[in-house]
Ligand binder design. Structure first.
Ligand SMILES: *[C@@H]1O[C@H](CO)[C@@H](O)[C@H](O)[C@H]1NC(C)=O
Ligand SMILES: *[C@@H]1O[C@H](CO)[C@@H](O)[C@H](O)[C@H]1NC(C)=O
Ligand SMILES: *[C@@H]1O[C@H](CO)[C@@H](O)[C@H](O)[C@H]1NC(C)=O
Ligand SMILES: *[C@@H]1O[C@H](CO)[C@@H](O)[C@H](O)[C@H]1NC(C)=O
Ligand SMILES: *[C@@H]1O[C@H](CO)[C@@H](O)[C@H](O)[C@H]1NC(C)=O
Ligand SMILES: *[C@@H]1O[C@H](CO)[C@@H](O)[C@H](O)[C@H]1NC(C)=O
Ligand SMILES: *[C@@H]1O[C@H](CO)[C@@H](O)[C@H](O)[C@H]1NC(C)=O
Length: 435
């Protein structure tokens, strides 16, 4: 009896010892990681090591970071475009200070952190945020971090960015498939043609847009307040010409966004004290969220059947295609605008254009911002024939549109009031669309 409990005690002690003596969160010159070794972040939240995604019969090996929980969700992959073909890989610090992956025998470097000046020696540490950071040994300066090379997962503390001057963007990129983490067709990032906005792109085309940022939320994503308020921020560094979308969530509860292989950005959430990840929301969330679903001057409402209709005063460009449910051709204006006419019109036709008001709308793409105050927004738009719609949001100001309206959606709540220019005869009794 005594010897049994003694043995259990010894085993326990050994377990504890081995946990404390060999479990490490750091890679040093003298301590590389060989497949299948791993390191674990200090609070045991993330692991870093070699893995095979999806189909486990594959011999392909990748170095990645995953949640240290039963889901083992991979959040970052180093050599995503260049797998190891066997388990001979080594993750180590190279003589030049870079963190590198070498494939066994040939000592070929298949991936590197590509830092230039690190003569003091370096070490890499996996943090509880899921960030892998390469430090200068002597000064502790950060030389490189995995957060600066986002994969398909947006973790708390990461930044997606654009630089207006250089055009450089930091984006999430989807995997090709569940077993192939190489770069797929979809990406998520931010841009600011005139207003900062988040996008999902399919190759070079827009697949989803969030609507402009109004300093609190994205106005094209309904129900974003108050939950998201805790998470997102948009910072603009005017000196560098760079805008950053940051996502910062407390350590508890956990949350992250992942861009899946079909181009859906999914928010995953783990309630405090549970091991289960649940999906909270995804973008695009419905058919109407898919960019330009109803073509130009079309309006999408997911509660309608069919979901697409033309804005009032507009009719399908191609009636035959439209009635078959092919809405890509969009709609065209029925009655020319008075302001566009070169003739001196008389009677009804000569009366000035007006605006139809739509409530709870996702504003169209390509907004321009004017400095006008709310009361002046309509007047300024009316005076300029190129202005075909306007909207006002307290956090943004006056927005106007002078290109064909695309990606217009009707929400059941939130959104903004959108005013669309039509000829006087289309106004009828002053029209307000509301539900
Ligand atoms: C794995 O095999 C492929 C195909 O033979 C080859 O192109 C690739 O370079 C190999 N990768 C490594 C790390 O040796
Ligand atoms: C190397 O260390 C020296 C002094 O400790 C420091 O001045 C220098 O900036 C360090 N180099 C890097 C790349 O951090
Ligand atoms: C880095 O610093 C540690 C002590 O903090 C030292 O043992 C190690 O040799 C140093 N490595 C290099 C490459 O200078
Ligand atoms: C999460 O749970 C732990 C104990 O299980 C508790 O100490 C902590 O305050 C909780 N955090 C939140 C945000 O509820
Ligand atoms: C949809 O309609 C457009 C014209 O509006 C046409 O060019 C296109 O080929 C149609 N697409 C399909 C799949 O029929
Ligand atoms: C329209 O009428 C106004 C005054 O009625 C006149 O001054 C102007 O020249 C006319 N314009 C055209 C294009 O006929
Ligand atoms: C009318 O609006 C267009 C588009 O915003 C703009 O380029 C143009 O300068 C405006 N014209 C006037 C007279 O304000």
């Amino acid at each position: 009896m005594e010897s049994v409990s003694c043995r259990i005690f010894v085993i326990l002690l050994c377990c504890l010892c081995s946990n404390f003596s060999t479990a490490t969160d750091t890679i040093k010159l003298s301590e590389p990681i060989t497949d299948p070794q791993t390191i674990t972040s200090d609070g045991r939240i993330f692991k870093l090591g070699f893995f095979t995604p999806g189909d486990k019969s594959s011999t392909k090996r990748y170095v990645g970071i995953w949640y240290n929980d039963p889901s083992e969700t991979v959040v970052w992959v180093a050599n995503r475009n260049k797998p190891l073909n066997d388990s001979s890989g080594v993750l180590t610090i190279a003589e030049n200070g870079n963190l590198v992956i070498r494939s066994g025998g040939e000592s070929e470097v298949i991936w590197s952190s590509q830092v230039s000046n690190s003569a003091n020696g370096t070490k890499a540490r996996l943090l509880d945020t899921g960030n892998l950071v390469l430090y200068d040994n002597a000064t502790g300066t950060e030389l490189w971090e995995s957060f600066q090379e986002p994969g398909n997962t947006f973790l708390s503390g990461m930044r997606l960015s654009y630089n207006i001057r250089t055009g450089e963007k930091k984006v999430l990129t989807s995997w090709k498939s569940a077993s192939d983490p190489s770069i797929g067709s979809f990406s998520v990032g931010v841009d600011a043609l005139s207003l900062p906005e988040a996008f999902i792109w399919k190759d070079t085309h827009t697949h989803f847009r969030s609507g402009p940022w109004n300093k609190q939320d994205f106005i094209g994503v309904p129900n974003m307040i108050p939950f998201y308020l805790r998470g997102f921020n948009f910072e603009i560094d005017n000196q560098q010409g760079t805008g950053y979308l940051t996502f910062a969530f407390g350590v508890e509860p956990y949350s992250y966004f992942v861009l899946n292989t079909e181009g859906k950005l999914i928010e995953m959430y783990q309630a405090n004290g549970t091991m289960n990840w649940v999906s909270l929301s995804s973008f695009p969330g419905n058919e109407c969220d898919v960019y330009g679903r109803c073509g130009t001057f079309g309006k999408c409402d997911s509660r309608d059947t069919p979901i697409c209709s033309c804005l009032r005063g507009f009719e399908p460009r191609n009636m035959k295609e439209w009635s078959k449910g092919n809405w890509s051709g969009g709609c065209a204006r029925m009655t020319p605008l008075q302001c566009e006419s070169s003739k001196n019109l008389t009677g009804e036709e000569g009366k000035p254009d007006g605006f139809l008001r739509y409530q709870s709308m996702k504003v169209p793409d390509f907004a321009e911002r004017l400095s006008a105050i709310e009361d002046e927004c309509e007047e300024v738009c009316l005076k300029n024939c190129s202005c075909i719609a306007f909207a006002y949001d307290a956090g943004i100001g006056c927005m106007i549109w002078s290109t064909e309206l695309i990606d217009v959606q009707k929400f059941s709540s939130d959104g903004v009031d959108l005013y669309i220019r039509v000829a006087h005869s289309e106004l009828g009794t002053r029209f307000i669309e509301s539900f």
